[in-house]
Ligand binder design. Structure first.
Ligand code: FES
Length: 148
């Protein structure tokens, strides 16, 4: 079993901002075909800032911890600042993730970026953008995930 930092365990056991926002301004929904997990992030935007953010996931412990951290990192931030929150930034804020679990943090960061994209599309009258499937991992990476 991978070894997790105390911060990961804390966010896994006490996840922040779990749930759904009714009448959200943007929703990012993402499926990971490698593990079959799904992530959904909701944002409420006011004056170009993320006023509220919540998540729901059918994901593993690392997915829960990274989503929880993503929501904490972006609450109150401008959309531009929130867009800079990558999976690397989230993993660092959690004092690292085991390499075999890095792909889980992609779900949270990508779903957040999708929610922002969705918000912008709706504002421009082109949304909502709906659910997106992440690309399959290539074989080498898959082997690494299976055997690490
Ligand atoms: Fe699927 Fe972690 S194993 S999100």
């Amino acid at each position: 079993m991978p070894v997790y930092s105390e911060k990961v365990m804390d966010h896994f056991q006490h996840p922040r901002n779990v749930g759904e926002i009714e009448n959200a301004d943007g929703v990012g929904e993402l499926g990971n075909p490698t593990c079959g997990d799904i992530m959904k992030i909701y944002i409420k935007v006011k004056d170009d800032k993320i006023e509220d953010v919540k998540f729901k996931t059918f994901g593993c412990g690392a997915a829960i911890a990274t989503s929880s951290m993503v929501t904490e990192l972006v609450k109150g931030k401008t959309l531009e600042e929130a867009e800079k929150v990558s999976n690397g930034v989230v993993a660092e804020a959690l004092d690292g993730l085991p390499p075999v679990k890095m792909h889980c943090s992609n779900l949270a960061a990508d779903a957040l970026h999708l929610a922002i994209e969705d918000y912008r599309a709706r504002k421009a009258g082109k949304g909502p953008i709906g659910r997106v499937e992440t690309p399959e991992h290539d074989e080498d990476e898959h082997d690494l995930l299976e055997h690490a």
